[in-house]
Design a protein around this ligand. Sequence first.
Ligand code: G4P
Length: 181
Amino acid sequence: MKLLEERIRKDGKIKGGDVLKVDSFLNHQMDVELFARMGEEWARLYAGEGVNKILTIEASGIGIACVAAQAFRVPVVFAKKSKTKNIAGDVYTAQVESFTQGKRPYPIFVSKEFLHPGERVLLIDDFLANGNAALGAIELIDQAGAQLAGMGFIIEKAFQQGGGILRDRGIHIESLAMIDS
Ligand code: G4P
């Protein structure tokens, strides 16, 4: 997506070798106008997929997933990284194996109330890197008996393994910007 690529070139900063900082419009301050354009783009790209729910993982995915959900006119649910009192009841849960330095594997949870058999779920997230969060989300969708309609990412780091792993599974992936190196 040209608008996004231009914004990354203008405002993105490289940090510590392979980390792209996009805090000024995506991960900290958020450009909601740009989010709206991205939501519309995914709605166009997934027009034939019968998406009726959007799923994301807290925290950075929530903003973009909400805006995308408006474009699709479907509900959005986010997987939580801790099992708070609010979702103390029946939950689907999966473990995310994080390879990022200094991070440990962590569980994600979605209440059984909010994912259902037969739903066509689109996962939306900000970055596709190693793909571990996406694999965790697939487990939640499988446990619910729902169907994965696709996965939309804002930025795919094409030099990391996630894109290959997920495409090998035949998943319909739409990354709005690809970073080659
Ligand atoms: P994976 O989910 O694709 O396996 O990603 P990985 O373990 O490699 O990355 C862990 C976290 O770092 C993820 O956020 C991911 O979105 C983020 N990340 C990966 N590469 C970059 C990058 O180049 N720039 C930025 N800004 N973030 C990157 P998370 O742990 O889910 O945290 P949150 O931000 O959603 O709370």
